[in-house]
Design a protein around this ligand. Sequence first.
Ligand code: KG4
Ligand code: ZN
Length: 352
Amino acid sequence: MNRSPTSRHTSGLLLAIESSCDETAAAVVDRQLAILSNVVSSQTELHRRYGGVVPEIASRAHVRRIIPAIDEALRTAGVRLDELTAVAVTSRPGLVGSLLVGLTAAKTLALTLGIPLVDVSHVEAHLYACRMSAGHEVFPAVGLVVSGGHTLLYDCVSAVDFELLGSTIDDAAGEAFDKGAKLLGLGFPGGPAIQQAALSGDAKAVCFPRPMIDAQRLDFSFSGLKTALLYAVTGSSQSRVVAPQNLQPARIGDLAASYQEAIVDVLVAKCRQALARTQRTTLCVGGGVAANGRLRQRLLQMADETSTKLVLAPPNLCTDNAAMAALAWELLDRGTVAPLDLDVTPCPLRGR
Ligand code: KG4
Ligand code: ZN
């Protein structure tokens, strides 16, 4: 968006900082939710050899990358520090050491620039990505956040007023993708790898369980599904030693497609149940797993069948980024400013 610094200043400029897991991110978003820059420094290469995020490696990398990410976000947006209206930061949920890096940077800027610090929930920001892409109000809505660390179903009364309907009782959906990919020897991160392998497979080849799909509760469970995949990989052998290199590529495709379908089936079914229970007519879906092509396709079908307005986060705002922390504007509008002794919180809070 091409606007003069003066008009942008009048409308307000937010610097948003995100460091909850393994992406060091900074963005500048104006008052009209135009994303002027969106810098994401991914640490995937640092964690790949471990098959998952190593918290200590993540926090050390955030320390090295946070200032360059902020500098780049400001430079790309063509914005000076003294033009900023407020600083938003993800303080929850996430890895404690990682969150602390972003929070410390944000507090320092807020204090030295004399501007408000706004505390944003990462999971609520994932759903705000839907509002940003829609370009208009989307709440009230049912909201599904599906990421590496969370599978949360909310009744979203407004952008900042959520009531928890259900969550995973064990693994998150993204975790199921990541662990499944590891069992299949497909690498990290697992979601895109399984999606790719599934393209050549038959989703009906293996009948995986759909945990809790018929339960009245709007909760999820994915760890049994992962164990079912383990047994499908090891076959009748009782050794439980996984040797994905012994699997034929066609078998890997079938396992990936069937496993993905089981996860997608459960996610879509629970959204359908949540819509029926709340009588909401809008469904917002965000988080890394919301980038999954098969999930998006199946949600579109379900929305069509149930006359639901579906708002999917755009793929570039599904995985972790700082732009979605523009949710801070909603908080500022309500006069919600964070104190400078704000601490991080590793777990999602129930509602706000
Ligand atoms: O939201 P996110 O970037 O980080 C967390 O907040 O956890 O989500 C990361 C998760 C990972 O588990 C990754 O495997 C998954 O999102 N993911 C996908 C896809 N792209 C990323 N899962 C399924 N299909 C995808 N295309
Ligand atoms: Zn996330």
